[in-house]
Design a protein around this ligand. Structure first.
Ligand code: SAM
Length: 288
């Protein structure tokens, strides 16, 4: 097992356990908030599918797939002769992805519990790998990238997205400033793991070339979170955040109201004539 730059073995293992609990807890919210998520994250999906340029009959692997939005779109592109292996470490996320695959009547999708830091597939097993917003959550991204390269067929593509630097995602601190200290939120700074730990183009290029990838492209993709009112903001964001979704039910109503009120104040800077608009940025990654 490798050590990360800033995390000891024990810390990394504790982080992995906490991260698993958080995603198990967040799965119901990610399933319920599918539309809000897709409307904000659609530009990431479009960028990834465009760069992947999947062809009918191909086999694709989605890592950290969550409820599977991206992989299920890719399943349509590879068609009935193709195959998408949709994977996540969280069983609750995969169950949600399975429900969505059934709803969309996609028969070319296989669901698998799989840890991105230990990809248990044969060498050169897939034509392409997709990973939306998960690489930055790992204690050891280099190990995951080496595994991805190993399972890709020669010339196969990796397409992924990660959050850009926290400074370019001011919507996140607006929430965290208020709840910090109440819940063990993942670190928001480079050196992670955590949401914003890979928001650095140079570091991504170094990691990718270190894992043996070529034809590397890293590009910013603009994101905008839009909400008609505070209630829809709070419902969506508190459901998507695993720490918050575990914390809130344990608090008395008045404490929940106090928190929501404080977050509402922090969001004032994003208020517009028709609700709230919070800008953000992701980094798109494509490599062979
Ligand atoms: C931010 S969510 C993104 C989900 C999905 N890709 C999307 O964009 O809707 C991150 C996902 O990565 C998964 N994840 C975190 N660590 C993982 C690991 N080591 N191996 C596999 N999946 C992991 C989580 O369970 C969660 O579903």
């Amino acid at each position: 097992m490798h050590r990360t730059e800033t995390t000891s073995h024990g810390d990394a293992d504790e982080y992995r356990r906490r991260s698993y609990r958080n995603w198990q807890s967040a799965a119901a919210g990610w399933e319920r908030e599918r539309e809000a998520l897709q409307s904000a994250l659609g530009p990431l999906t479009d960028w990834m599918l465009d760069r992947l340029a999947a062809e009918p009959g191909q086999t694709l692997l989605e890592l950290g797939a969550g409820t599977g939005e991206t992989g299920l779109l890719a399943a349509r592109l590879v068609g009935p002769a193709g195959h998408v292996i949709l994977t996540d470490r969280s069983t609750a996320m995969l169950e949600a992805a399975g429900r969505r695959a059934a709803e969309l009547e996609l028969a070319n999708v296989e669901l698998r519990v799989l840890d991105m830091e230990a990809i248990d597939l044969p060498d050169a097993a897939v034509d392409g790998v997709l990973c939306r917003l998960a690489l930055m959550l790992l204690p050891d991204t280099a190990v995951a990238l080496a595994g991805i390269r190993r399972v890709l067929r020669p010339g196969g593509r990796l397409v992924a997205t990660v959050w850009d630097a926290v400074e370019r995602n001011p919507w996140a601190p607006a929430l965290w400033e208020v709840i910090e200290g109440l819940t063990p939120l993942p670190p928001a700074r480079p050196g992670g793991p955590g949401m914003f730990s890979l928001g650095d183009e140079g570091r991504l290029e170094t990691l990718l070339s270190g894992a043996g990838f070529g034809e590397i492209a890293v590009e910013p993709i603009a994101v905008e979170w839009r909400y008609p009112d505070f209630e829809s903001y709070w419902r969506t964001q508190s459901s998507l955040n695993g720490s918050l979704s575990q914390l809130l039910p344990t608090l008395p109503q008045e404490e929940r109201d106090r928190l929501a009120g404080a977050v509402r104040g922090a969001l004032e800077r994003f208020r517009t004539a028709d609700g709230y608009r919070a800008p953000g940025s992701a980094l798109g990654i494509a490599a062979r």
